[in-house]
Design a protein around this ligand. Structure first.
Ligand code: F6P
Length: 379
């Protein structure tokens, strides 16, 4: 049966990445040009939905944004409206469920469907709004590429380009100074960024969360290379990597964020470890670069512009088919959707009803190919 949708809304939540504007542009264009829907964009993620901060989106509002990283709607990874951090009259921090305020705002604007673009935390709230009767469609977003049920998320490939180019650049200093250069990249639970970025950037050692590393194995690779005449080595390490007998490296605790634990600094830990076991043998200097937010920003590459367009346009088609409470996915290179209920909840625990975050298989083809050409994973 044809639905009666007239007006839709969208928001972007979580941390930014390349391709978000491509998704926004596709949603707005397809909604207006193909279906004649009116479109509203809530600003700053769920915060805008709560405070009713919005813009009406016409075709001109998405003109010229395709190539830009980030999101014209702004975003936040702090606001969980079902567990909203605020203060009481005495100034104490308290958490309240303010989701009904958001639902009232949707009713006030006569919004028929809400498209929510975000990672695990954002989509968990999308599931909770769906449970309260809101017609929700989710679009997965993360540079970590670890959302279950979908093969690839937009932003990932642009981030890989940054990693590859950074490793290319680090090679020149590594070679000129006979140094060991370590590049720390993002990837909390999954090592895709370090793995594919490291292979493309010709790293000698790749360390990922899925394969805890033995420092002696890493050191042996570097020393063997040195003895063979390769006087420099390049290491690409995920922020979520850890030694066999150790833990992940926590940079800080952010009490305001639903994701309180922020990782970072494992590259420095690795440098100290290598200075103890490699430097006495080879006398190489060891330097660390943390790529940080550079990998989330900049100009969106070809792949992510196309992928973002596919995700956005497909989400709008789902409205026409009344496919609500579902998230857009790509399987075998074909667009499809799954129930949001099945995929959320992987952030903190790595577990979902579909089996957890999409992590690297330590015995899979990609790792095996890398090992075949001499790349060490520290196992
Ligand atoms: O989830 C994507 C991600 O890029 C992680 O790899 C990283 O740990 C995190 O976001 C950092 O987010 P922020 O510092 O913006 O909270």
């Amino acid at each position: 049966m044809k639905n009666e949708v007239k007006k839709i809304a969208l928001l972007t939540g979580g941390g930014d990445c390349s391709g978000l504007n491509a998704v926004i542009r596709a949603i707005v264009k397809s909604s207006i040009l193909k279906y004649g829907y009116k479109v509203v964009g809530f600003k700053g993620g769920y915060h805008g939905l709560y405070t009713d901060d919005y813009i009406n989106m016409d075709l001109s509002s998405v003109s010229g944004i395709f190539h830009q990283g980030g999101t014209i709607l702004k975003m936040s990874n702090k606001d969980n409206l079902f567990h909203y951090r605020t203060t009481d009259e005495k100034g104490n921090v308290v958490f309240k469920d303010v989701s009904d305020v958001a639902i009232e705002n949707l009713k006030k604007h006569k919004i028929d469907v809400l498209i929510i673009i975000g990672g695990d935390g954002t989509l968990t709230s999308a599931r909770d709004f769906a449970r309260k009767g809101v017609n929700v469609i989710g679009i997965p977003k993360t540079i970590d590429n670890d959302v279950p049920a979908t093969e690839i998320t937009f932003g990932y490939r642009t981030a890989l380009d940054h990693i590859m180019l950074s490793l290319d650049a680090l090679h020149t200093t590594a070679f000129s100074h006979d140094r060991v250069m370590i590049l720390e990249v993002m990837g909390r639970n999954a090592g895709w960024l370090a793995l594919e970025g490291g292979i493309a950037g010709s790293a000698d050692v790749i360390l990922i969360p899925e394969i805890p590393y033995d420092i002696n194995s890493v050191a042996k690779t570097i020393i063997d290379r040195y003895n063979r005449g390769s006087r420099f080595s390049i290491v690409c390490i995920s922020e979520g990597a850890k030694p066999v007998d150790g833990e992940v490296t926590i940079k800080r605790i952010d009490e305001e964020s639903p994701d309180t634990v922020k990782l970072g600094g494992v590259g420095d830990i690795l440098r100290k470890q290598l200075e103890e076991v490699v430097k006495p043998v080879t006398n190489q200097d060891i330097r660390v670069t943390n790529l940080g937010y550079i990998q989330r920003g900049g100009v969106t590459n070809t792949f992510d512009r196309v992928l973002g367009t596919k995700y956005g346009a497909y989400a709008v088609d789902m409205i026409d088919r009344n496919e609500f409470g579902r998230m857009v996915v790509i399987r075998n290179d074909r667009m499809d959707s799954v129930r949001i209920e099945e995929v959320v909840g992987s952030g903190a625990t790595g577990q979902t009803s579909t089996g957890g975050a999409r992590i690297v298989n330590p015995h899979g083809d990609l790792v095996n190919s890398a090992k075949d050409i001499g790349i060490t994973f520290g196992d």
